[in-house]
Design a protein around this ligand. Structure first.
Ligand code: GLY
Length: 365
């Protein structure tokens, strides 16, 4: 007897091609004229992902699938206590609790998985991968996501490092002078270890509101067969309202992958990306024939267009925050762009891993 699970397994394998073959002609028009041939594998990521792109390409060379490659790549950053925007050591929410978000897509199987507001697991991308592989769902959140992670054997850990806790305490003390929390200066004592990270402002991290740093890692890959995958993982907006979820775990916002076209992802102000279905928009632009860089720029223009709130604009009416997109297409073309100049992204291609300057809409003053 054929069960629902058998059906899922079958459709993840051979069924995809058959299903596409059965599409009426007018629906096939959505598939771009990309000729299947050997492509040069390439991996792109946000600026904090130089190690991630190298590792992902290495994993591909060692036989990993595209999704395994990008997840193992971003695991490096999730495990790094010194990256305060992702995984272990990520800055906490306003209650001092680290809540992590991640989503991913595997092109060849059309698989997708995500977790949001997940507490206690360093590598939310691995939990998202399990959601994709072992459930009939695409997104698990909060306590349900935590129970699921435990059930799959992931190890529950305290993710708040001493340095992230100190930065949170400092932030809490500076919120108001009408509460009982004192900053080290007010109390006559200087902890002396609190410092905004050095990378803040040089394009590796962006600000959500001029004060709170906002990082994240996105990583997108294409292999020599033209197969694609994408993953995004983050601790989200620092000191956020508990339960706030940004773009990273939202499929179509924080990342999107269509194995017929390309893969894309974002970092920066998640609210702007969610409102414009950002990564999906980048992939749709590539479907219409745009180069990845131009597709990123076009999706950023949409953000500028819908940013009408005074509190989110500078004196010239431009967004006072940044968003970055990164993309690869099925032919192995790649690119990255940001609203503001000065951003960089990581790329690994032909044995060379390096930072590249992102294209941009506006020059920083
Ligand atoms: N882009 C990450 C976030 O807004 O949470």
């Amino acid at each position: 007897m054929s069960t629902r699970r058998d059906f899922i397994r079958t459709s993840a394998g051979a069924g995809v091609g058959a299903a596409l073959g059965a599409l009426p002609k007018q629906l096939e028009a959505g598939v771009p004229n990309i000729i299947s041939r050997r492509v040069t594998p390439v991996c792109v990521a946000s600026g904090n992902g130089l190690g991630a792109v190298s590792r992902a390409i290495e994993e591909l060379a060692n036989g990993a699938s595209t999704i395994e490659a990008v997840v193992r790549g971003v695991n490096l950053v999730e495990e790094d206590p010194n990256d305060s925007s992702v995984g272990y050591g990520g800055l906490p929410n306003e209650h001092g609790v680290v809540q992590l978000d991640s989503s991913l897509m595997h092109g060849p199987t059309r698989g997708a998985g995500a977790v949001a507001a997940l507490e206690g697991f360093k590598r939310p991308s691995l939990v998202a991968l399990d959601v994709m592989r072992y459930t009939d769902h695409h997104l698990l959140v909060g306590e349900g996501a935590q129970r699921f992670a435990l059930s799959m054997g992931h190890q529950l850990e305290d993710l708040l490092t001493e340095s992230s806790r100190e930065r949170w305490i400092e932030w809490r003390a500076q919120l108001s002078d009408r509460d009982d929390y004192l900053s080290p200066e007010d109390s006559g004592e200087r902890i002396g270890r609190f410092q905004e990270p050095e990378e803040f402002g040089d394009g590796l991290l962006d600000s959500h509101d001029g004060y709170r740093p906002q990082g994240t890692i996105n990583c997108d890959i294409v292999d020599s067969d033209g197969d694609l995958s994408s993953v995004t993982t983050t601790s989200g907006l620092s000191y956020k309202i508990p339960g706030r979820v940004g773009d990273s775990p939202i499929i179509g916002a924080g990342q999107y992958c269509d194995n017929d076209v390309g893969a894309a992802g974002s970092t920066g102000r998640g609210e702007a990306v969610i409102k414009t279905c950002g990564s999906y928009t980048v992939v749709e632009m590539m479907r219409n024939g745009m180069h990845p860089t131009d597709a990123c720029i076009e999706a950023l223009r949409r953000i500028v267009h819908v940013t009408v709130e005074d509190r989110l604009r500078d004196e010239n009416g431009r967004p006072n925050f940044n968003v970055n997109y990164y993309a690869v297409n099925k032919n192995g073309d790649w690119g990255g762009a940001a609203i503001w100049s000065g951003a960089q992204f990581a790329v690994s291609v032909n044995g060379d891993s390096r930072h590249e300057d992102s294209a941009y809409l506006f020059e920083r003053g």
